[in-house]
Every structure is written in structure tokens, then in C-alpha cells.
Ligand binder design. Structure first.
Ligand code: DGL
Length: 265
């Protein structure tokens, strides 16, 4: 059995391309429809009601493209709206929180896990709840890092200023002796070098993007939804605002030429 329908991915903007990239690697035979809500980004500063309303509209858009699975790449939307989305739609929907939390629990040796994310993700406590639902004996320390997203979007991923900002945000987590740190935001995998430099190479960085790609593969496989036909896949990218800025940023995120980005109507 083979299912050639595409996988849908949505994010508040360009950051979800870190998830796109991992899904593409893990599932090279699948076609992907990506939607970035660039007209309404950032989500990380908004309320649950607003993020949930946006998320429902995003899934409705992807459904018009006949997707077989929806991946909520945005950590903020996954933290606040995933349960509601699952109740609203029949298509399987997965978020980044549970896979990231599971990986962190399997990785920690000293039972001290750190989480970094947007304000909304950290306030929601979603990662903490997900970790505690697996093991109550693990201590979770969380820190919001609101300046990380604009730094990444500015392309300042290795600059001294970024290291200094990271030091301010991360010093509390370092003092707690976490040995595993969940990068709970789409943009943070691009700051891995800086984060590692400050936290030390012995601290394991958990990239939710990679974990959710593995989960997507497992779900498609378990439900007989994999596309087993080989051949070049043509992914589609949609944004809710003018495509120009998305194209420029996405070429930096994906290190490739972006030709097929359209404004969603
Ligand atoms: N995509 C968001 C996340 O992963 C970061 C950007 C935003 O605040 O919208 O939480």
C-alpha cells in the first residue's frame, strides 16, 4: 500500500523549516506542503486563544491540500493548541513537544533537564508536563529566551552579541547542572554552536525537529500511509504575507534556492 498525499507542516513563519528539513531527510519519498504564517508571526508573545485560532486556520489551509498528516512545527502552537487541534480534525496531527520530551528523558543521566523556548511555550509548562508524565523523578528547569528568535532571523547565529545574550539566559540552567537541554523553539537549532559553547560540550542538546521527524515516520508507517513510490518530490511552500522576506530567510535556513513559495489565498 502506498499513499502519495503530502504531509502538511505549519509554523508561525520561517523557523519551522528546521522541522521541514528533518522531515525531508527522514522521509525522502514524501511530498511536503509547508505553511508559514508570516503575516501573524511571532506566536511566542501571543495568548492561547489567539494562537489556537491561528492554528485552526492553518490546519484548515493544509487540509485544502489533501494532507495525510499534519505536523505542528511551531513549539508555541504545539504547547498551547495541539490538544484542541486533535479534537477538531480527523487527520492525524502531531506536535514537537512529546517527541522532544521523550528524547530528553532517554538522554539525561543526572535527571536534570533544561528547557528553552518562547515566553508562551515556557509559561505553558508543556515540556515540563510532558517530561513529568514520563518520569516524576526528573527535575525540569525552564527559561524563556525571547531575543533568540530575532537574533536568528537577523542571521546573527555566531556573533559575540549572541553569545553574550545566551550567557545571560542560560546561566541559571547551567548553575542547576542540567545535563540535557531541550531546544524548545523552531529557531534554536540554528544557535546550537553558541549554546554548546556556553553550556559545555557535555550537555546534550535535544533538537525537537529531529525527534518529530522520526515520530512522523513511525506514524505513517504504522498506519500504512507511507509513500513508497520513488521519484523526485516537489514540495510546496505557502506564506500568509508577501513571500520576499520568507524566501530570503528560508534560503539561509535551508541553504538552497527557493523557487516555489506562494502567498496563500
Ligand atoms: N515558531 C515559534 C516557536 O517554535 C518561534 C517564533 C514565534 O514566536 O512565532 O515557538
Amino acid at each position: 500500500m502506498s499513499d502519495s498525499r503530502p504531509i502538511g507542516i505549519f509554523d508561525s513563519g520561517v523557523g519551522g523549516l528546521t522541522v521541514f528539513s528533518e522531515v525531508e531527510k527522514a522521509l525522502p519519498r514524501e511530498e511536503i506542503v509547508y505553511f508559514g504564517d508570516t503575516a501573524r508571526v511571532p506566536y511566542g508573545t501571543k495568548s492561547k486563544e489567539t494562537i489556537t485560532r491561528f492554528s485552526v486556520e492553518n490546519v484548515e489551509f493544509l487540509m485544502k491540500h489533501n494532507v495525510k498528516l499534519v505536523l505542528v512545527a511551531c513549539n508555541t502552537a504545539s504547547s498551547l493548541s495541539l490538544d484542541f487541534l486533535k479534537r477538531c480534525f480527523r487527520v492525524p496531527i502531531i506536535g514537537v513537544i512529546a517527541p522532544g520530551a521523550r528524547n530528553a528523558v532517554n538522554s539525561t543521566r543526572n535527571n536534570r533537564i533544561g528547557v528553552v523556548g518562547t515566553n508562551a511555550t515556557i509559561i505553558s509548562g508543556a515540556y515540563e508536563k510532558a517530561v513529568k508524565s514520563i518520569s516524576r523523578k526528573i527535575a525540569v528547569y525552564s527559561q524563556s529566551c525571547p531575543l533568540f528568535v530575532p537574533l536568528v532571523e537577523e542571521g546573527w547565529t555566531k556573533e559575540k552579541v549572541t553569545y553574550e545574550v545566551a550567557s545571560v539566559y542560560l546561566k541559571g540552567l547551567k548553575a542547576k547542572g542540567v545535563d540535557t537541554l531541550i531546544l524548545g523553539c523552531t529557531h534554536y537549532p540554528l544557535l546550537k554552536d553558541v549554546i554548546k559553547k556556553f553550556m559545555g560540550s557535555e550537555v546534550l542538546l535535544v533538537d525537537s525537529a529531529r525527534e518529530v521527524a522520526k515520530e512522523a515516520k513511525a506514524i505513517l508507517d504504522a498506519n500504512g500511509l507511507l509513500n513508497i513510490n520513488p521519484g523526485r518530490k516537489k514540495h510546496k511552500f505557502f506564506v500568509s504575507d508577501e513571500p520576499g522576506p520568507f524566501i530570503r530567510l528560508s534560503e539561509r535556513f535551508l541553504k538552497r534556492k527557493m523557487t516555489c513559495v506562494k502567498r496563500a489565498v
